[in-house]
Structures are given as C-alpha cells and as structure tokens.
Design a protein around this ligand. Structure first.
Ligand SMILES: CC(C)(COP(=O)(O)OP(=O)(O)OC[C@H]1O[C@@H](n2cnc3c(N)ncnc32)[C@H](O)[C@@H]1OP(=O)(O)O)[C@@H](O)C(=O)NCCC(=O)NCCS
Length: 177
C-alpha cells in the first residue's frame, strides 16, 4: 500500500509518532467518535495504537493511516487496511473520523481509495469489514462501497455485522511485477 494516497479532498500518509496528540484530540479521546468503538482512550492508548500501526506498516506494507483534510492540513481521523480482527488472513477495511468531519463523504472517499489499493498494489481478491449494528453511518459507507452483508462475527471485542467486498471486473487490476 504505497503512501501517500491522494484523493480529491484527502491525503493518507504514514503515521508519525508526532501525530499522537492530534489524533488523540480529534478521535481517540473523543467520546462521540469512540462511542461504538469501546469508548475514549487516554493519550497512552492513542500512542500504543499509533505505534501498532507504524509497526504493522513496516511489517506487512499496509496499515491504518491518518486521514488529512487537504484543504486545511488537519488530521480528520484515520482509515486503512488491517489484518481482519488483528489476525487475518483476510484484509479488513476500517475508518474513523472526528465528529467535526462527519457527513461530508470523507469515509466513503477514503474507503474507495483504500479498496483500489487492496485490489491493485496489494493484490487481494476480497476485503472484509465489520461494524456494530447500531452504526448506521458506517453501514451506509459500506453499502456505498459495494460491501455485501455476510452474517456476524465476533471481532475487536464485539459481536459485529460482517461484510465482504469481492473484487469486481471494474476494480483496479492487480499489480503485476
Ligand atoms: C461512521 C463514519 C466513519 C461515517 O463517516 P462519514 O465521513 O460521515 O461518512 P460518509 O459521509 O461517507 O457517509 C455517511 C452516510 O451515513 C449517513 N449517516 C451518518 N450517520 C448517520 C446516522 N446516525 N443515522 C443515519 N444515517 C447516518 C450519512 O447521511 C451518509 O449517508 P448518505 O451517503 O446516504 O448520505 C463516522 O461517523 C465516524 O467516524 N464515526 C465514528 C467512528 C466509527 O464508528 N467508525 C466506524 C467503525 S465500523
């Protein structure tokens, strides 16, 4: 997953340890943003997450990344690809934004770009996702990205709805090296 990924309004770049304070303020420390993700984390929890994502990118070549609003340069949240429920083998799409950035189509825009990375450079044939049933916004995002409901899974500490997005003919062709 070559970074940065640029979309019309967003940029995804590798996490840097210096991002911890900003991503904590925008996302991890925000009770509304974290309501369905296990509740807010303190700054140590945010640092641990950022360190995990940096290590994951180094090890596997894909991970979560901060989502930058290009117009302002602000970190709006994060999005990325990760081994499903932390263990794989499927690749999971995830996204989470601070409340100030909701409702503008950013999660869908980032998700679309990440699917292109998964089906292109990463060369996978399917991407999975989970969301809590009550997360209406996330279910809308997954529907817009073409994910199909495929039952329920216990993942990341919760019983969640499970979705699959198979590669389609109109997706980016896998990179051939
Ligand atoms: C879920 C989340 C990522 C959506 O991000 P977003 O950038 O606002 O999403 P988009 O604007 O691309 O699309 C959201 C869609 O859901 C709808 N929606 C959002 N919240 C909703 C709600 N509470 N009830 C009903 N619909 C809702 C929007 O109207 C929009 O639908 P539309 O495209 O049909 O108009 C964002 O709310 C978020 O980060 N929440 C906190 C973290 C989180 O829950 N992450 C997902 C974990 S699975």
């Amino acid at each position: 997953m070559p970074l940065p990924i640029l979309t019309e309004r967003l940029a995804l770049r590798p996490y840097d340890p210096d991002d911890v304070a900003q991503i904590h303020t925008v996302l991890y420390g925000d009770p509304a943003a974290m309501r369905l993700l296990g509740g807010p984390l303190d700054v140590h929890g945010a640092r641990a997450a950022v360190e995990r994502y940096i290590a994951q990118l180094r090890r596997e070549g894909y991970s979560f990344a901060p989502v930058i609003e290009r117009e302002t340069g602000l970190i709006a949240g994060e999005a990325g690809l990760y081994p499903f429920a932390g263990g794989g083998p499927d690749v999971e799409l995830g996204y989470a934004l601070g409340p100030a950035f909701w409702g503008r189509g950013y999660a869908t825009e980032a998700g679309r770009a990440l699917l292109a990375e998964a089906f292109g450079p990463l060369g996978v044939d399917r991407v999975v996702a989970v969301t809590r049933e009550e997360n209406t916004g996330s279910r809308h995002v997954l529907a817009k990205l073409g994910f199909i409901p495929a039952g329920r899974r216990h993942a990341w500490g919760f019983e969640q709805l499970y979705f699959v997005r198979e590669r389609r003919r109109d997706d980016a062709p896998a990179a051939t090296i």
